[in-house]
Design a protein around this ligand. Sequence first.
Ligand SMILES: [Fe+2]
Length: 295
Amino acid sequence: MFEEAQYFAPVAAQEDGSVVVELAASHPGFADPVYRARRNAIAALALGYRPGTPIPAAEYTEQEHEVWAMVSRELAIKHAKYATAEYLDGVDRLGLPADRIPQLEEVSRLLEPLTGFRYLPAAGLVPLRDFYGVLADGFFHSTQYIRHHSVPFYTPEPDVVHEVIGHANALASDRYAALYRLAGQAARRVEGEEALEFVSKVFWFTLEFGVMREQGELRAYGAGILSSYGEIEEFRGMDIRPLELAAMGTTHYDITKYQDVLFAAESLEHLEDVVGGFWASCDDDSIARLMASAV
Ligand SMILES: [Fe+2]
């Protein structure tokens, strides 16, 4: 199974219709019955969602809105120093609320006029082919829950801070949004599971954890770095490698710790040429050749 499967807490629908999110014992919210009940309710919203209808609003507590406000404020300070100019333009264009968690429906309303992207609720892990495939149509699957308030700067899973601050600000950029769509088209085009995994790893090392040289320094555009309070301070010291498709598509990564191997684009044009060009035309055969060249 693809590594991302470990990333999300499993969600189980019970026979009586209730939904249970199985948090690991190490999860900061494991022993908090109030948090767990809300996680179950939020997962049930996503499971009950029908395309074409408004995304049901998730109930957040004041404490959770405060977590968003605190993380939002601290990340904005770090973004000014570490995010690419194109991402910062996206932040300005999108205008996310800084003082409360926006509902996904609101994120869609802000995003759609800019780049056509809309959010879809996800209870947990979405199968790779669905998650990537719908990017081609301008849809982004997103979790709705937020991390536990006891550790506002840490989450073991991708929460709404990651999905919205990390991804929606990038999706507000025409040029990054075009790359997301190309990744979706690639995921739809390839047939084999290995080729799909290759496409998704290239996504991981670019739109999730990508960095780029800009005016003589390394800046981040990947949503995983830009939504992580700790990781954003560390990426410049990681093992920075050239933007090579064969390496990105075959390098193993561990989602449970900071990404210690990163791939740098020399510019946004370079990223568009190498990665956008790859997603625009790749197929099972071209990916098989890249995989063979990496061995
Ligand atoms: Fe992500």
